[in-house]
Design a protein around this ligand. Structure first.
Ligand code: UGA
Length: 445
């Protein structure tokens, strides 16, 4: 029998899980968020989101006020409470390898399964190597007192940081990886409010559901690296990659989205997902099929090196002792996430070449400082650019886009700027006396 209004648990209250728990509450369900980290549980219970995500704090407080959302560290309580259990723990890149580290996923499923003694559905949301779900399905059946009554489904998540609430409540599509009609029906009940809005649903087997996720992120990464590869060609020919991208984007078979040239992709997903996919494909004997992803990764890393080159060129050939203002540390604007952040990587490379680097980011300073305690951090844009000899824009925050080139020009020692994200109006900067350089543009353009 399907529970029409299932009680929901969400295991793992990081980025994905906290958002999922809050949004499931907003959709009308009773939800229990579970995490091994007592500090996280305490913060969320008190209405505090421990990371930066626009709109989420307000939604969390609404959800708590409704009385239908609670957080706990207690897996016994979770096992008793839930009809549908979503596992949302992280799958970072394993230390010293390209593979995904599955320890947290394995542990979460094992902890739950051992305690569940009635019919229930476990749903994996984490991004995992293909084949993981089928293996875990067997493991949980063996571990659980419920035996075959405990089923596993996979429901990949496509939310973007910065748009997490919107993407969760209004997804482009839902994907259910299932092995039985019951699991499909139970998942449909858990997503009824979204499905009732005619959101496209793809029902698949477990392996296909796992693959949709990595294939989607690989495609997005490939699209970004494609235009960045064209930027390299532009740099060698004097062509302009921004004009090229605009012209390509008008072809709606290609599309303008994710075709924005610049410093490239980073974050906790795209880089590690393409690497884990490459690793898994090799294990499956189809390494060749995705060998191009290694090139996608390499193109992406070369953009960072090229950005450092541009700063060095503007500085007159050497970075030693040059004061550089690095604007941005987060992997993209409207996020405080510095995981695999191109901006921070560039700041680090500049520092290693002897530049005196001051980093400013509107939200990510604390996280960045934890990763690179040796870098200098400013607490405002003005402070960061004060007496800079080169300014490097590395993350396209609105605060940087809207800055006035004349005002900025009065603060710096030399009006020289590298626009790593094509975020600025080159003409305005030049008119205000700046030497302006950007990736994929001829130097005078
Ligand atoms: C990405 C996917 O877009 C989500 O669909 C997916 O759910 C998520 O990963 C995940 O697997 O959890 P996210 O990492 O939040 O989402 O960030 P994106 O908005 O995709 O941006 C990724 C990176 O690409 C950023 O560093 C951004 O600056 C860069 N980017 C994006 C470009 O360089 N050019 C573009 O045209 C677009």
């Amino acid at each position: 029998p399907v529970v029409e209004h299932p009680r929901i648990t969400v295991i793992g209250t990081g980025y994905l899980g906290a958002t999922h728990a809050v949004c499931m509450t907003a959709l009308g369900f009773d939800v229990l968020g579970v995490d091994v980290d007592a500090a996280k549980v305490a913060a969320l219970s008190a209405g505090t989101v421990p990371f930066f995500e626009p709109g989420l704090p307000e939604k969390l407080r609404e959800a708590l006020d409704s009385g239908r959302l609670r957080f706990t560290t207690d897996f016994d309580e979770a096992a008793r409470f839930g009809d549908v259990h979503f596992v949302c723990v992280g799958t970072p890149q394993a230390p010293g390898s390209n593979a995904a580290d599955l320890r947290f996923v394995e542990a979460a499923f094992a902890e739950l399964a051992a305690r569940i003694d009635r019919r229930a559905l476990l749903v994996g949301k984490s991004t995992v190597p293909i084949g993981t779900a089928a293996r875990i399905a067997d493991e949980v059946r063996t571990l659980s007192p419920a035996g075959d009554d405990l089923e596993l489904a996979w429901n990949p998540e496509f939310l973007r940081e910065g748009f997490a609430v919107e993407d969760t409540l209004h997804p482009d599509r839902l994907v259910f990886g299932v092995t039985s009609d019951w699991a499909e029906a139970q998942l449909r009940a858990a997503f009824r409010p979204i499905l009732d809005r005619d959101t496209p649903l793809v029902v698949a087997d477990l392996a296909t559901a796992e693959l949709v996720k990595v294939a989607a992120n690989s495609f997005l990464a490939t699209k970004i690296s494609y235009i960045n590869a064209m930027a390299e060609v532009c740099e060698a020919t004097g062509a302009d990659v921004t004009v090229l991208a605009t012209a390509l984007g008008y072809d709606d078979r290609i599309g303008a989205r994710f075709l924005k040239p610049g410093l490239g992709f980073g974050g906790g997903c795209l880089p590690k997902d393409i690497r884990a996919f490459t690793h898994r494909a090799a294990e499956l004997g189809v390494g060749q099929a995705v060998a191009f992803l290694e090139e996608v990764d390499a193109i992406n890393i070369r953009r960072r090196i090229r950005t450092v080159d541009l700063v060095r060129e503007l500085a007159g050939g050497s970075l030693a002792g040059v004061r550089v203002a690095a604007l941005g540390a987060a992997f993209k604007p409207n996020s405080d996430d510095v995981r695999d952040a191109p901006a921070l990587d560039v700041a680090r490379m500049l520092y290693l070449e002897g530049a005196s680097v001051t980093v400013y980011d509107p939200e990510a300073t604390q996280n960045a400082h934890r990763v690179y305690p040796d870098l200098d951090f400013a607490s405002s844009l003005g402070q960061a650019v004060a007496s800079a000899e080169v300014v490097a824009l590395l993350t396209e925050w609105d605060e940087f886009r809207s800055a006035d080139p004349t005002t900025l020009g009065e603060l710096v020692a030399r009006r020289r700027i590298v626009d790593g994200r094509h975020a600025l109006d080159a003409d305005r900067y030049r008119a205000a006396g700046w030497e302006y350089r950007a990736l994929g543009l001829p130097s005078g353009a």
